[in-house]
Design a protein around this ligand. Structure first.
Ligand SMILES: [Zn+2]
Length: 431
């Protein structure tokens, strides 16, 4: 099968997937899982659906290996975020092919990769390919909301179905030009989301007589200002070190790292800046519900992102130091994510080889992503070497504007590139 033929098959499957509305909530991912099962079983691929509730099924497909080599899972999710057709140039659920691009909700995040993964398995199965270890394809539900119907649940309830030595997922793969070189970004780690609530107490009273009350909102202001000015000491984590090593051949001191990245390009600075330290952003405030009542309590929600090796306890200590003494409570809401995989080894080599073959001189560059992906669950549960990598030549700044937004679309050429990559990585890692 030629790359163009695999690309055409991916386009058709993606169009059908976009037409299945899996907006989460409510999700209804079973319809997408059944469509994928029918497609894969027709190619002779073994499939199973796993569902916590009938309408939210996860699909797991597998080409069994001989059992003497590493296994690889192609991870993905079938749910999408809301789309308002009024904002779109083309119907978000029609899957139209317009001038070399497939339009629709999920085209980039991430039904395009779902379709490419399914086509990689189906074409390999039709060719009679079999690896040393299992090649697994997981099309999970509920990644966008994360209410416990998707990969988090599979890892808990059906670990044998989704355990693998290596995995590839969404998260990166963008082609970037930095300092005259061409790189494809590979996400090897994630920051941890560790939000806090700051609670400041006062005494309520009628708003017409402020002197008899003790206004918690007013008392919260200096604390909010201190949080807004928070700046942690920068550090160079292994992903940033490898980034500079790859692009510059040397690693700057932590204090100079941002300036050096700016010297490479604004894009390099954008990639590096969130990874130099934990970040703190007060984002929500709640005090009185009534205009004429002085609030007794003011609650400030603080978004906090930690480096992969930092803990919520470290964050709490840093926040308390920033806030200084005073009458407040600080409470951790939830800690999520914050895992990493080593840079290098069999999967890394397969990616490096692919990138160099596609574009002579191009190299993968590691990155730690500031957001959360499902890769976290398999790193955490099984120690899987999990990378976010689906190669794309679409301008990453345009992609960032389209994901979760109007007019989401994917170039057919990137779908072709994606299937070529997934077939390469499957046959190389599970060789
Ligand atoms: Zn996604």
């Amino acid at each position: 099968m030629t790359s163009a033929e695999a690309g055409r098959e991916t386009v058709e499957l993606l169009q059908r997937l976009i037409r299945v509305d899996t907006t989460n909530p409510p999700g209804n991912e079973t319809a997408a899982a059944e469509l994928l099962r029918a497609y894969l079983e027709a190619a002779g691929v073994e499939c199973a659906l796993y569902a916590r509730v009938p309408e939210r099924a996860n699909l797991v497909a597998r080409i069994r290996g001989r059992g003497d080599g590493p296994s690889l899972a192609l991870l993905s999710h079938t749910d999408v975020v809301l789309a308002d057709p009024a904002e779109w140039t083309h119907d978000p659920f029609a899957g139209e092919l317009v001038e070399g691009e497939v339009w629709g909700r999920g085209a980039l995040d991430m039904k395009g990769e779902v379709a490419a993964s399914a086509v990689a398995l189906a074409t390999l199965a039709r060719e009679g390919w079999r690896g040393s270890g299992d090649l697994i394809f997981v099309a999970a539900a509920d990644e966008e909301v994360g209410d416990g119907f998707g990969l988090e649940w599979l890892v808990e309830e059906h670990p044998d179905a989704v355990r693998s030595d290596f995995s590839v997922n969404e998260g990166a793969g963008d082609r970037v030009e930095l300092g005259g070189g061409v790189y494809y970004v590979c996400a090897t780690a994630e920051k941890m989301s560790s939000p806090f609530v700051l609670r400041v107490h006062g005494r309520s009273g009628h708003a017409s007589m402020p002197s008899i009350a003790d206004n918690a909102l007013v008392k919260a202001v200096p604390f909010v200002e201190r949080l807004g000015a928070f700046a942690a000491e920068p550090r160079v984590i292994p992903e940033v070190s490898a980034f500079f090593e790859t692009v510059l051949g040397e690693v700057p001191d932590a204090a100079d790292a941002l300036a050096v990245a700016r010297g490479i390009s604004p894009l390099a600075a954008e990639l590096v800046e969130p990874l130099l330290a934990m970040t703190v952003s007060p984002t929500k405030a709640h005090a009185s519900d009534k205009r004429n009542v002085i609030p007794a309590v003011c609650e400030i929600t603080v978004d906090v992102r930690l480096l992969p090796d930092q803990t919520p306890a470290e964050a709490e200590a840093a926040l308390r130091e920033c806030l200084g003494p005073g009458a407040y409570e600080l409470e951790l809401i939830e800690g999520r994510g914050g895992t990493r995989s080593p840079i290098g080894g069999r999967l890394w080599d397969a990616i490096e080889e692919f990138v160099a073959a596609e574009e002579p001189g191009a190299r993968p560059v590691p990155a730690c992503v500031a957001g959360f992906t499902d890769s976290h669950w398999v790193r955490d549960a099984f120690g899987t070497v999990a990378y976010g990598f689906f190669p794309a030549r679409l301008d990453p700044q345009l992609a960032a504007r389209l994901i979760h937004s109007a007019d989401e679309r994917v170039p057919v050429s990137d779908l072709e590139l994606g299937v070529r990559f997934l077939r390469h990585v499957a046959t190389t890692v599970c060789a």
